[in-house]
Design a protein around this ligand. Structure first.
Ligand SMILES: Nc1ncnc2c1ncn2[C@@H]1O[C@H](COP(=O)(O)OP(=O)(O)OP(=O)(O)O)[C@@H](O)[C@H]1O
Ligand SMILES: [Mg+2]
Length: 451
């Protein structure tokens, strides 16, 4: 008996300690079993209390009357599947006649409290089938990406969603993206995660970092071209536009279409070319985009117009040539001058980190999802990296990228430096030409002690 009591105390103490210090481990060891039991045992009564039941069908009531048996009670949606995950539970429900997905979505908060879960979201899988994703703890507090992610060419995992799913940046589905956020809200860390995720792929990275290059230049070994000031940025963007035109010529030649066909009529893209002919896709990362649009003198104004025109052309025509824009900034609205709203309209993927005012959030979501605007304003200041992102279904989700340090990103970029393609059109902007590669990074990523 004493041995049993000691074992019980040990188990309870371990559970308590894990719950206090390591929520993810607690979930995998104790939490998932307890939650599963709670959901399966209380399912019927919780659904009834949350108003998610329907009365029994008439024929069953009639049969009960005829056979003088007990009157069947109201029925909850049928559970098709329960799947425990590393962060929560996924329930697939078959709705009863008369119910709709909106009923379930409207009850998510009630279900969250009733099942004592951290978060519950729902989505319609197909007509009559709804998926409830429950999270057992705050997965965004300390983001840990799952070991196995579904990475494909030009589709990289970049953050975790609050429902525990991985958020992917899919350049072929959503070619251009805009990331907004106040200062210190986590934009550069998000962009760094993108670079680290793209580094092992066959892709050319081009960076424009008008903060004197502090964010992107340390990652230079994996970049095919970099610019750290407005003048170089203008020339680099012009070079990209001419590269884009060369790619179009190549596609036309492959299509056997005569050179007289105007660009806008070309329907194909680089992905329809044979592998050996396909030009390498390019991701253009712009940090602090407002720096490119500000000017003080007449000359600077001309340069600004040149930059914005080139960006707008790349946004409009770049996708087919495999050029994808990833633009980051604190604000990106009409106060930055002409051409900005036109450019913004081309940037389909929207992500907003913490913003200081509604108008900044409106720049990201005002025209897409008004409730996402509210969610972006509500991001707390003590949680940098949390962001709202529009998703392909027209909805939105809260995400947070893992905290990749600059040192980790540099190591990843250096490790994959041999994958950096040489693009002749961008050769003048290739950083670190002639500088030998550094010694391999130490296995332990610690700050070296001062000599
Ligand atoms: N996903 C994250 N998880 C944890 N901490 C984060 C995350 N993203 C950012 N941070 C913290 O917030 C700090 C600021 O992040 P970052 O430099 O990306 O902000 P920013 O929006 O680019 O700011 P600025 O506009 O001034 O360049 C980082 O140094 C880091 O400590
Ligand atoms: Mg930054």
């Amino acid at each position: 008996m004493t041995g049993f009591t000691a074992a019980l105390v040990l188990v309870v103490a371990t559970a308590g300690l894990l719950r206090w210090r390591r929520l993810a481990w607690y979930w995998l060891t104790f939490g998932v079993t307890l939650a599963l039991l709670r959901v399966l045992v209380c399912y019927g009564s919780v659904m009834d209390a949350c108003g998610l039941t329907v009365p029994a069908p008439r024929w069953r009531l009639a049969v009960a009357r005829m056979t003088n048996s007990a009157v069947p009670g109201p029925r909850a949606p049928r559970i098709l599947r329960v799947r425990p995950t590393r962060t929560g539970l996924v329930l697939r429900l078959k709705l009863r006649p008369g119910q709709d997905a909106f009923d379930v979505a409207a009850s998510c908060d009630r279900l969250r409290h009733s099942f004592a879960m951290y978060g519950v979201t729902s989505r319609e899988v197909r007509s009559g089938v709804v998926e409830l994703r429950m999270t057992g703890y705050d997965v965004l507090k300390r983001v840990q990406m799952p070991g196995k992610v579904d990475t494909r060419p030009m589709r990289v995992p970049v953050a975790l969603r609050e429902d525990g799913a991985v958020h992917y940046r899919d350049y072929r589905a959503v070619p251009h993206g805009l990331t907004l956020g106040a200062t210190e809200s986590g934009k550069s860390v998000y962009q760094r995660n993108l670079v680290a995720a793209l580094a092992p792929q066959r892709v050319a990275l081009v960076g424009i970092d008008c903060k004197q290059g502090v964010e992107l230049f340390p990652l230079a070994r994996r970049f095919s071209a970099l610019a750290d000031n407005q003048d170089t940025a203008a020339e680099l963007l012009d070079a990209l536009v001419s590269h884009m035109e060369d790619v179009y010529q190549l596609i036309r030649a492959e299509q056997r279409i005569t050179a007289d066909v105007p660009d806008a009529e070309i329907a194909a893209d680089i992905w329809s070319l044979p592998d050996d002919l396909r030009p390498v896709p390019i991701v253009v990362l712009v940090d602090e985009v407002a720096e490119l649009a500000l000017y003080a003198t007449k000359d600077e104004e001309k340069r600004r117009d040149r930059i914005i025109t080139a960006l707008a052309r790349l946004a409009q025509l770049g996708r087919a040539a495999g050029i994808y824009l990833e633009i980051c900034g604190q604000r990106f609205g009409s106060e930055l001058g002409k051409g900005i709203t036109m450019l913004r309209a081309q940037l389909t993927g929207r992500t907003a980190h913490r913003v200081n005012d509604e108008s900044s959030a409106n720049m990201a979501f005002g025209d897409i999802a008004p409730d996402a605007v509210l969610a972006a304003i509500q991001i707390p200041t003590d949680a940098p990296g949390i962001a709202i992102t529009g998703d392909s279904s027209g909805g939105w989700a809260r995400i947070r990228a893992p905290h990749t340090s600059l040192r980790q990103a540099v190591n990843i970029c250096n490790r994959h430096a041999d994958l950096t393609p040489d693009l002749p059109a961008l050769a003048p902007f290739r950083p670190l030409v002639g500088i030998p590669a550094p010694a391999p990074a130490p296995a332990v990523e610690s700050t070296p002690a001062a000599a």
